[in-house]
Ligand binder design. Sequence first.
Ligand SMILES: [Zn+2]
Length: 233
Amino acid sequence: MAPNRDLYFRQQPVGEMANLAYLVGSRSSREALVVDPAWSVDPLLDLAEADGMVVVGALATHYHQDHVGGQIFGFDIEGLARLLARNPVKVHVNDAEADGLRRITGVSESDLERHRGGDVLALGEIRVRLLHTPGHTPGSQCFLVEEAGQPARLVSGDTLFLGSCGRVDLPGSDPEAMYHSLNGTLKRLPDDTLVYPGHLYAPEASGTLGEQKRSNPYLRVSSLEQFLGFMGR
Ligand SMILES: [Zn+2]
C-alpha cells in the first residue's frame, strides 16, 4: 500500500481512563483538527506545534467529560475550555449533542459549529466526513478521514471499540440507536477502513473494520432482537 501523501494523523493516549485523542490534518495546508482534546490539552497542542501544524478546529465525538473536559466524580478534567483559552477555534459538534456539550464544558454557543450527519470538512487534500452515530449518546459522531487512493480512517469515539462498543446504559443512551449505528452506518463502510477508537481497550490501538465485522460480537449480530439480548435488555 502506498503511504498517505497529504494525511497528517496522530493518535495520542491521554489521561487516566485510557482515552485516545487525535490530531488529523493536511501536511500541505499545515492545518489540523484536534479530536476529543481532554486531560492534557497543552501537550496535544505542543505536539501539533512541534510538527509545524496549526490547529484550526476541534472535533467532539460526544459530550462525555473524559473526551471534552468537565467535572466528574468531584474532580475536574481539562478539555475544550483549556483549548479555547490557548487556541480559540470552532468546536464541531453534532446538533443533538450541542446543548449537552455546552452544559458539561461551559463553552458558549458562539464557540460551536453545529453539524448534521453527512457534513464534510476539508483540509488540503483531506476530507473529514461527519457520521452521526447515536446510541452511546444522542449526538455521538464518528469521523471518516479520507484521502484519494487510500483506505479511509474511522475515528470512532465511544461508538465502536476494537472487540466491543460503547456503553448504552448511561443517561441519554439508546441501545436500539446503537444497533443501527453499528450494523447500519458503520457496517456499510469498506472492510479496509482503519478503525481508531476513543479508548485503548484492546491490546492493539487500531485495526481494520473488516476484522471487526468478522470478530466483534456487536457487529456480528444478525438482528435487533439479538443485539438487545446481547446487551442484556
Ligand atoms: Zn463516552
